[in-house]
Design a protein around this ligand. Structure first.
Ligand code: ZN
Length: 296
């Protein structure tokens, strides 16, 4: 994909190389149920790495969007105000800028809503978030409480190794998927999904999670379609790379390789076929309304 000659986003918080000042900073202390915030927080990549999502859910259970009053902003020392200058940092920043320009245009045009972009935090190892401590092993995630995306770019290397693919557009799809959760947040979908999850059984909650995740896949496709229309960013083989990634991180594929069997009721992100289908829907239509995973 083309990104080198694009502007850099002003919404990147580069925390790489920062000492994580532990001591409970950024950690929530409240209780609260396991809601969509938590599930979204699991991201797609921890999952992609073959980590059993139940472990992640267990580990993330302390996360609660309703106990934000205890949240303490992590120390701000060493935080750079200037955009990253390394290749990976510039790539992430350019992709985020492309999502800002596209969503800034299509959210008002298609839904009559002003787009307020999320911040993206690049970190290494671990860092504080309003949804609890962000760790590399969790994979990238979106925290609806502070409206920030947390990304340890070492995951792109793991993705390449584990999924045997990678490639810039596959990484862009991952970033765009997380931005998709932010768009869902702006549309009020995350809040509604969370309420519905609290009223249902665990299986209902999983089904809702799948719809939320597939919508984010579709929104990633909507972004790519519009970005390509605007700037012709896509190069030969790009779509295939993203499709291969979507296929590789389907719940059935991951469960099959992690434990040799598949339990559809425990899916939280959707099967490979579903993930590919919804990504393609977004790619083909470029329309937000084509992503209504709750309609069927
Ligand atoms: Zn997700």
């Amino acid at each position: 994909m083309r990104w080198e000659d694009f502007r850099q986003s002003a919404n990147i918080e580069d925390r790489r190389g920062e000492d994580y000042a532990g001591g409970g900073m950024g950690l929530p202390f409240g209780g609260g149920g396991l809601g969509i915030g938590t599930i979204v927080v699991l991201g797609i990549l921890g999952y992609a790495l073959g980590i059993d999502p139940r472990i992640l859910i267990g580990g993330a259970e302390m996360i609660s969007a309703r106990n934000q009053s205890h949240y303490v902003e992590p120390a701000r020392n060493n935080r750079t105000a200037t955009p990253p200058t390394d290749q990976m940092g510039r790539f992430v920043s350019a992709v985020v800028a492309q999502t800002e320009d596209v969503w800034g245009e299509i959210l008002p045009a298609q839904k009559g809503i002003k787009y307020t972009p999320p911040k993206l935090v690049i970190f290494d190892g671990r860092t504080g978030s309003a949804c609890g401590q962000a760790q590399s092993a969790m994979g990238p995630f979106y925290c609806p409480v502070d409206q920030k995306i947390y990304l340890d770019t070492s995951f792109f290397n793991d993705m390449k190794r584990k999924l045997g693919g990678g490639g810039d557009f596959a990484y862009a799809y991952v970033i765009a998927h997380e931005v998709g959760h932010h768009v869902e947040n702006q549309l009020g979908i995350l809040a509604r999904a969370q309420r519905a999850q609290q009223q249902g059984t665990k299986i209902d909650a999983n089904r809702i999670s799948v719809r939320v995740e597939l919508m984010a896949d579709c929104f990633a496709g909507v972004w790519a379609a519009n970005a390509d229309r605007k700037w012709q960013i896509l190069e030969k083989g790009d779509i295939e790379k993203a499709i291969n990634t979507a296929q590789a991180i389907g719940d059935d594929r991951l469960q099959q390789s992690a434990r040799g069997s598949v339990v559809p009721d425990s899916f939280t992100h959707g099967s490979s076929a579903q993930r590919v289908e919804w990504l393609q829907r977004g790619l083909q239509s470029g329309r937000i309304d084509s992503c209504n995973t709750f309609a069927r």
